[in-house]
Design a protein around this ligand. Structure first.
Ligand code: AMP
Length: 347
């Protein structure tokens, strides 16, 4: 039974680390295929989004370094030759209809978003290889995942966690109020800057909910951070509430920063499908550290309710005492955690 289900779920990203799709610099900056994506074909962006489709050309930018590699392609740090401004340039390879749809969706969502809690997109640039690249706001602190790794996976103090959870909740609140579900919330998709801001990024598998209560059915995203009803939809009637699924992923993300390792498996264990299935769907979430406050315990338990209808919404969580009574020094503590990154942030 388990084997059969496993075969039906080919799109999910099982590992905690994303598979790398290699894109060489030479293939990126050369070639002569025309772009398959024209920004004029997209729905209009909100006037406030500051988003431009054709203002920029690749030749306006100098590549500084590779920032990372995701499912869709490579992300470079680039510098605008005239203004000196630094951006992140995310190439999106669209080989095949599924990827093309994902790329179009990511562009559409970035066009629709205009918030300090979501990474900003300043333009979509056609590349000579026929794909497109997103010109993104540069986040000089990397991701929450890289931050945890940089501090050798030492747990975050609770007051800093309240600040982190609050910022992610504000981002989710913005997205959910615009009927956007992220579907891949995890430490690696939460970008930070050395000012202490956290922004939601990577909308490759996100979705705009066009019907008011239209449930999702597809199996996309990173399996390890999926809620039980997403991981094993068959046991939950085949459909799930994607807003509640984002909340589970948020809870797991915050718990990971509290424990210093992926919460559902022993430290260092590489997940396989069956182990994850047992951990997510059947086992209780792990114990928090002894010193964890009652508010924090309650917050995590509200996020990690296996039954999605019992899980709190983003609006409810924003009113949870762990968030409302958060110590304002938590922001300073978070900034202290990222302070070692400041010197490394220079291009
Ligand atoms: P993604 O393909 O969006 O998952 O990005 C892959 C990696 O590139 C991330 O894990 C980050 O390390 C880095 N990255 C992506 N976007 C940005 C950005 N706007 N600023 C800085 N680094 C980024």
């Amino acid at each position: 039974m388990a084997v059969m289900r496993q075969r039906r779920l080919p799109q999910g990203n099982l590992t905690l680390e994303l598979p790398i799709k290699e894109l060489t610099t030479s293939s990126y900056f050369s070639g002569d295929r025309r772009s398959r994506f024209t920004t004029s074909a997209l729905p209009p962006a909100p006037a406030s989004a500051g988003f431009s489709g054709s203002e920029h050309r690749l030749s306006d930018f100098e590549k500084v370094k590779v920032l990372g590699r995701g499912n869709g392609g490579t992300v470079y740090q680039v510098q605008h030759r005239r203004t000196g401004s630094i951006y992140a340039l995310k190439s999106l390879i669209s080989d095949g209809p599924i990827r093309r749809k994902q790329v179009s969706r990511e562009i559409e969502i970035l066009r629709r978003t205009d918030s300090n809690t979501v990474v900003r997109c300043h333009g979509v640039i056609p590349t000579p290889s026929g794909d497109v690249a997103l010109l993104l706001e540069y986040m000089d602190g990397g991701t929450l995942e890289s931050l945890l790794a940089a501090r050798e996976r030492r747990p975050f103090p609770e007051s800093a966690l309240a600040c982190v959870a609050h910022q992610i909740l504000l981002g989710l609140s913005y997205l959910h109020s615009h009927k956007i579900v992220h579907r891949d919330i995890k430490p690696g998709n939460l970008l930070i800057n050395t000012a202490g801001e956290i922004k939601i990024a990577d909308f490759g598998v996100s979705k705009i909910m066009r019907q008011p209560l239209g449930p999702c059915v597809s199996y996309v995203g990173t399996s390890a951070y999926m809620s039980p009803e997403r991981f094993d939809p068959e046991s939950y009637g085949g459909k799930y509430d994607p807003y509640a699924a984002d909340v589970w992923s948020l809870g797991l993300t915050v718990l990971e920063l509290h424990l210093g390792h992926f919460p559902l498996l022993p430290p260092g264990q590489r997940p396989d499908w069956a182990t994850l299935m047992c951990a997510i769907c059947f086992r209780e979430p792990p114990e928090l550290q002894e010193a964890a406050s009652a508010d924090f315990r309650d917050f995590i338990s509200r996020c990690l309710q296996k039954e999605s209808s019992k899980r709190w919404s983003v609006a409810q969580l924003l009113a949870h005492p762990f968030i409302t009574r958060r110590d304002l020094s938590g922001f300073d503590q978070f900034r202290e955690i990222i302070s070692p990154l400041v010197t490394n942030a220079e291009p």
